[in-house]
Design a protein around this ligand. Sequence first.
Ligand SMILES: NC(=O)c1ccc[n+]([C@@H]2O[C@H](COP(=O)([O-])OP(=O)(O)OC[C@H]3O[C@@H](n4cnc5c(N)ncnc54)[C@H](OP(=O)(O)O)[C@@H]3O)[C@@H](O)[C@H]2O)c1
Length: 320
Amino acid sequence: MRYTRLGRDGPDISKIGLGSLALSGAYGPIDRDEALGLIRRALDGGVTLLDTADFYAAGEVERLVGRAIAGRRDEVVVSTRGGVRRGGPGEPIEFDASPDHLTRACEASLRRLGVDRVDLYYLHCRDRTPVEEAVSRLSELARAGKIRHLGLTNATVDQVRRAHAVHPVTALALEYSLWGPHAPPELLDEARRLGLGVVAARPLGRGFLTGRIRSPLQLGAGDWRHEDPRFQQEHLRLSTRPLRQIEAAAAQLDLGAGRLALAWLISHGDHVVPVPSTRDPVHLEMNLAASGVRLTPETRDRLTGILPAGGANQSGSLLL
Ligand SMILES: NC(=O)c1ccc[n+]([C@@H]2O[C@H](COP(=O)([O-])OP(=O)(O)OC[C@H]3O[C@@H](n4cnc5c(N)ncnc54)[C@H](OP(=O)(O)O)[C@@H]3O)[C@@H](O)[C@H]2O)c1
């Protein structure tokens, strides 16, 4: 595993983190003990960034993370987020970044995680609450020692600037992968200008970039990807040709497409950190091995051109 600093002033973390959406059951069922074992395996494999959210399995994933880090708190940077509420698929998604909600949400995350302080707390920036009000409250929580670093997710460039003027922002979480939608260049530029880390959410295109999902019929009944227009049959069909090109490029480098997709992200610089999620220990090993793959700038740029040309660069689902 390689290590890096998250942004100019952030914590030192592994070059690949562990996302935890797959451990919530959003992509198919998983047993709690297996999920716990997977997180512990990731830590044993050198992962030091665990990314979660307060609403994953109604808080259950935060509890799992808390159990997994018990006794090894100093080894790991835990990120979680507040400002959104959601139940299962089909249930309404509510945004609430009001100061009082954020205080309650942060306190609840601390309890579930079993920690005194969240290392990186993301504000979900979709609510109508002005970002200054939400960030002021998070800044108070930081002064009270409950939050170490502030992150933003779903933020616009304007929100990033306004938030940063109230309290230093350490990282932006964005949907960022070889598959569309690509991270907006103006947001990436702003992150670079301000020295923010970029956490690449959905780095494997929710599994599409591994080449294993060719049809929505492969997804189980409660799978969150049924809500994502990119997993409808027609869009998957349009994406097949570019995916084959990615698979061919991966084969030339003696890699799988998923590992190439992670290496592509890492090749953009030390400030980009992917957080793939998985339920499968073998997939975990494969993903962590991507930290050692180095792409030339030519390979990186060639790959970047593949998917937009394939017409797959359309909006995905809301980033949650
Ligand atoms: N801040 C935010 O707003 C935000 C929003 C969304 C997501 N995120 C973070 O980003 C993380 C990653 O996003 P994601 O989980 O939606 O998508 P992802 O990591 O791009 O893809 C996960 C899917 O890929 C499959 N997969 C993983 N490794 C594989 C491998 N080596 N071979 C084959 N299949 C593989 C998993 O299935 P298997 O279980 O079969 O491996 C799972 O279904 C989340 O867990 C979350 O922590 C953050």
